[in-house]
Design a protein around this ligand. Structure first.
Ligand code: NAD
Length: 348
């Protein structure tokens, strides 16, 4: 009845929900199953409404559950042909404050999913593990390709690195049909206010000052979330031999400093209503620069980033301006108390 059944873990969060909207709109003959335990970062409001298909079956299912629940994961993996695993604790600063949940969800949760994939590998076409550019640490080369050393700098990055290597080991030991994707910094609609770009956009909308850690020179490769969705779409639909057992970076190849993001947003939003910029102590374990080398995914699958930073920021600003109800109850979660690199207790 369905052309494909795709299980998405962590689908109620930022990238997961954007990906579900992408699949839901583009592929009416696919069944989508979401598993999410709705932490502070996930919400059912992020999901599409479960319309029924011609036979009266909902082609979208939401399962409230934890990736650590092996019985539930086993049952959902058993009825799926493609699994995209996003579920994770995802905020670097929060991992500095308390990393317990990061290692449980990101490492042990991934092991639960990978064990289920191994058990059902005869019926699984593809397992896409969402890793991150954070596994690399600060750039040691002009652009960072998939061979860049893995030097995680924060507990979040270490947990994601553990998960990435766990999947890599299962690909080699058990030959599970896995693909590891390492997205660089994503931004766009439905991203939690704790993250840089939504925090800056909403601060400017509220005419609050912008807070930058350190000197603002650390830079990241910012990728608009729809480009990530397009890359995952290509991986799902590629021939197995092109993607199974492979690792792909996705990013733009351009890095932009945090101070430049602050200037750009103020310029795009309303140059007449600029807010103050305040500097705080450096975040411990700060990554200085990330710049993606995405030539592998371009060569193998023809993927390219399509949205420029200015265009992506504009789309993001439009969304946050129109959706204040979505984000106003997250305002109190923007600040996290951590001890900075110089030993001072500060809000970050
Ligand atoms: P997010 O924090 O917005 O969403 C995470 C989702 O996972 C939430 O819906 C949450 O409820 C769910 N979740 C958390 N713990 C769970 C558990 N134990 N069981 C079930 N569900 C659980 O994160 P995001 O920004 O959408 O990131 C998604 C994935 O992409 C993560 O694996 C993250 O590491 C990775 N990633 C994110 C970025 C980025 O810039 N946002 C960049 C690279 C990689």
């Amino acid at each position: 009845m369905y052309e494909k059944t795709i299980l998405v873990t962590g689908g109620a969060g930022f990238i997961g929900s954007n990906f579900i909207h992408h699949l839901y709109t583009k592929y009416p003959k696919y069944r989508i199953i979401v598993l999410d335990c709705l932490t502070y970062a996930g919400s059912v409001d992020n999901l599409p409404v479960a319309h029924k298909n011609i036979q009266g079956e909902p082609r979208f299912e939401f399962w409230y559950g934890n990736v650590l629940n092996s019985e539930m994961i086993d049952a959902l993996v058993a009825k799926s042909s493609i699994i995209v695993h996003f579920a994770a604790e995802s905020h670097v600063t929060r991992s500095i404050y308390d990393s317990v949940e990061f290692f449980k969800t990101d490492v042990l949760g991934t092991q639960v999913v990978a064990n289920a994939i191994q058990k059902h590998s005869a019926t699984i076409e593809r397992f896409i593990h969402i890793s991150t550019s954070e596994v690399y640490g600060s750039a040691r080369t002009e652009t960072m390709d998939e061979e860049h050393p893995l030097l995680p700098m924060s507990p979040y990055a270490a947990a994601k690195c553990g998960a990435d290597r766990l999947v890599f080991s299962y690909m080699n030991t058990y030959k599970i049909p896995a693909t590891i994707v390492r997205p660089f910094n994503n931004y766009g609609p439905r991203q939690h206010l704790e993250k840089l770009i939504p925090r800056f956009v909403t601060n400017i909308l509220l005419q609050n000052p912008l807070r930058i850690h350190g000197d603002g020179k650390s830079s990241r490769d910012f990728l608009y979330v729809s480009d990530t969705c397009n890359a995952l779409d290509l991986i799902i639909h590629a021939e197995a031999e092109k993607v199974n057992g492979e690792i792909f970076n996705i990013g733009t190849g351009v890095s932009t400093s945090i101070s430049e993001i602050a200037v750009l947003l103020q310029e795009i939003m309303d140059p007449e209503k600029k807010v103050a910029v305040k500097f705080s102590g450096d975040r411990p374990g700060q990554v200085l620069r990330h710049t993606c080398n995405w030539s592998k995914i371009e060569r193998v699958l023809g993927w390219k980033p399509t949205i420029s930073l200015r265009e992506g920021l504009l789309k993001t600003i439009v969304w946050y301006t129109a959706n204040k109800n979505w984000w106003s109850n997250q305002l109190w979660m923007r600040d996290i108390p951590i001890t900075t690199a110089s030993g001072k207790r500060e809000l970050h």
